[in-house]
Design a protein around this ligand. Structure first.
Ligand code: NAD
Length: 422
C-alpha cells in the first residue's frame, strides 16, 4: 500500500515539509524498506537453545513483547523515521503510541491510516499530537515500557533521563556534526559531487548531512571546485523539484542566517553566501537559503560547535590522515562520517580508529540498510540498541531465559542444597 500511494505520500510530504519531491519519495522509500524488513520478522525473532546444559536440563530464551511502546519523531524525515519505529514495535508483539513532529504530522498520519487499512487491529497503533507536555507525559506514563526518540541532542538527553528514571527502556538517536575526510588520492569529480549532494541535499536538514569537510594535504586545493559545483545547485519550492527546497520555518532560517553572520565575525572565510537567494516571487516570504560554504573553519567557532541544520558547509584543513581522525574524534558528536580515498589501507585505518557510529567509504551518507541497525556514538546516541534491524528486535522485546527439566520417572535423586544442577 505504501508503494501504491508513494507519489501521493511524497506530494503531501513536500507540500508540508518543503523538501523536493524526489527527496520526499526517498524519505517514504527508505521507510518502506524497514516495513519490508519488519515483514520478515520470523527470521529475526528466533531465540537460543542450549541442550543438556546439565543432566536432562535445557536452557532456552523467549523474546516476549514489552507491552505499550512509544515513539517521538523529528520534523526532517516525517515518513522514514515513524516507519523505523512502529512496524518493528508491532511485529514484535507490542502496541505503539506515536508522537509525530508537530511541525509536519500530515504524511505520518497518512501512513498510520494506511496501516489501519492494512489490518493493524484497533488500539494497536495510536497517535498523540503535541509538543513538550505530551512528550513528558509519555516519559512519565507507567504503562509505557519503552521509548524510541529521534531528534535533537538537547531534547533527547531530557527524554532519556526522564523516561529512564521512570523505569523505561529508552533509545535516543540525536544530533550530529558529520565530517567527511578527503585524502588527496580521492577521485576528484565523484568526490566533489558526493560532498556537495550530501551537504546541501534536503537543505542540509538531515542528521547524516555532511556538514564539515576536512581536506587533507593537497586536497586543500579543491575549495574553488567545491564552491563552483555548489553554485550550480538550484534552490526553489520542493514541488518544482529543484536541488534544495526551503528550510522548515522562518525561525530556522533566521537562526541559520545568524550563524552565518557569526561565522564571518569569528573569522571564517565565507566562500559562498546563500543568504536571500534571488528567487523571483519567493525569496521574501519563503524560507530559502542557498548553498553556503565557509573555509578556514576551526574548533571554537559557533558554526563548528553547533549543528546548523541548514545548507551550510564548513571546510577545515589537516596535514595528515592522523590529524583528520583526531579532529573528527575530538568533536562531541558521533553520528556519521565518511572518508574519500583510493587507498584501502587508509580507509581501513579510518574505519577502525574513528569513534563514530556510521562510517562511509566513498559513500557520503552511510545510512545502513534495514537488515543492519542505525547506530551512533557519544553525543549522538543514548541507549545501547538501534531503532531498526536486529537490534530493534532486542529493544522491543524482553528476553526471558528458561531453564527446564522433565522428570521421566519417580526416582528421587536426593535433596541437593548446593547451587549445582545435577
Ligand atoms: P527536536 O528535538 O526539536 O524535536 C524532536 C521531537 O521532540 C519532536 O517530536 C518534538 O515535538 C519533541 N520536542 C521538542 N522540544 C521538546 C521539549 N522541550 N521537550 C520534549 N519534547 C520536545 O528535533 P527536530 O528539530 O524536530 O529534528 C532535528 C534534530 O533531529 C536534529 O538535531 C537532527 O540531527 C536530529 N535527528 C537525528 C537523527 C538520528 O538518527 N540521529 C535522525 C533525524 C534527525
Amino acid at each position: 500500500m505504501i508503494r501504491e500511494h508513494l507519489p501521493a505520500l511524497a506530494a503531501t510530504l513536500t507540500a508540508e515539509q518543503g523538501k523536493t519531491l524526489a527527496d520526499a519519495e526517498g524519505d517514504v522509500f527508505r521507510g518502506l524498506e524497514v516495513v519490508e524488513h519488519a515483514a520478515a520478522i520470523g527470521n529475526l525473532q528466533l531465540g537460543e537453545l542450549a541442550e543438556n546444559v546439565a543432566n536432562g536440563v535445557d536452557t532456552y530464551t523467549r523474546l516476549q513483547p514489552l507491552g505499550v511502546c512509544a515513539g517521538i519523531t523529528p520534523f526532517n524525515f516525517p515518513a522514514m523515521i515513524p516507519l523505523w519505529m512502529f512496524p518493528m514495535a508491532i511485529v514484535c508483539g507490542n502496541t505503539f503510541v506515536l508522537k509525530p513532529s508537530e511541525q509536519d504530522p500530515m504524511v505520518t498520519m497518512e501512513l498510520v491510516r494506511l496501516a489501519a487499512q492494512a489490518g493493524i487491529p484497533k488500539g494497536v497503533l495510536n497517535v498523540v499530537h503535541g509538543g513538550a507536555e505530551v512528550v513528558n507525559a509519555l516519559c512519565d506514563h507507567p504503562a509505557i515500557k519503552a521509548i524510541s526518540f529521534v531528534g535533537s541532542t538537547a531534547v533527547g538527553r531530557q527524554v532519556y533521563q526522564r523516561a529512564s528514571l521512570a523505569g523505561k527502556r529508552v533509545q535516543c538517536m540525536m544530533g550530529a556534526k558529520n565530517h567527511a575526510v578527503v585524502l588527496p588520492d580521492a577521485r576528484k569529480q565523484p568526490t566533489i559531487d558526493a560532498l556537495v549532494g550530501a551537504a546541501f541535499g534536503a537543505a542540509g536538514q538531515r542528521c547524516m548531512a555532511v556538514s564539515v569537510v576536512v581536506l587533507v594535504g593537497e586536497a586543500q586545493r579543491w575549495i574553488a571546485d567545491i564552491v563552483a559545483k555548489a553554485r550550480t545547485l538550484r534552490v526553489g519550492p520542493g514541488q518544482d523539484n529543484p536541488d534544495l527546497g526551503p528550510v522548515i520555518t522562518r525561525k530556522a532560517r533566521q537562526r541559520i542566517e545568524a550563524l552565518i553572520a557569526q561565522g564571518v565575525e569569528e573569522g571564517a572565510t565565507l566562500e559562498l553566501d546563500g543568504r536571500l537567494p534571488a528567487l523571483p516571487g519567493h525569496a521574501a516570504e519563503g524560507n530559502f537559503i542557498g548553498p553556503t560554504i565557509f573555509s578556514g573553519v576551526r574548533p571554537g567557532m559557533a558554526i563548528y560547535e553547533q549543528e546548523i541544520f541548514g545548507p551550510v558547509l564548513c571546510i577545515m584543513a589537516a596535514d595528515s590522515l592522523d590529524e583528520a581522525i583526531a579532529i573528527v574524534n575530538a568533536n562531541p558528536n558521533g553520528n556519521g562520517t565518511a572518508i574519500f580515498t583510493q587507498s584501502g589501507a587508509a580507509a581501513r585505518r579510518f574505519e577502525l580508529d574513528i569513534d563514530v557510529g556510521q562510517v562511509g567509504i566513498n559513500v557520503p551518507i552511510p545510512v545502513p540498510a534495514p537488515m543492519f541497525s542505525f547506530t551512533g556514538t557519544r553525543a549522538s546516541k543514548l541507549g545501547d540498541l538501534g531503532p531498526y534491524g536486529k537490534q530493534a528486535v532486542l529493544f522491543y522485546t524482553q528476553t526471558k531465559t528458561v531453564t527446564a527439566r522433565w522428570f521421566d520417572d519417580d526416582v528421587s535423586s536426593g535433596v541437593n542444597t548446593t547451587i549445582r544442577l545435577r
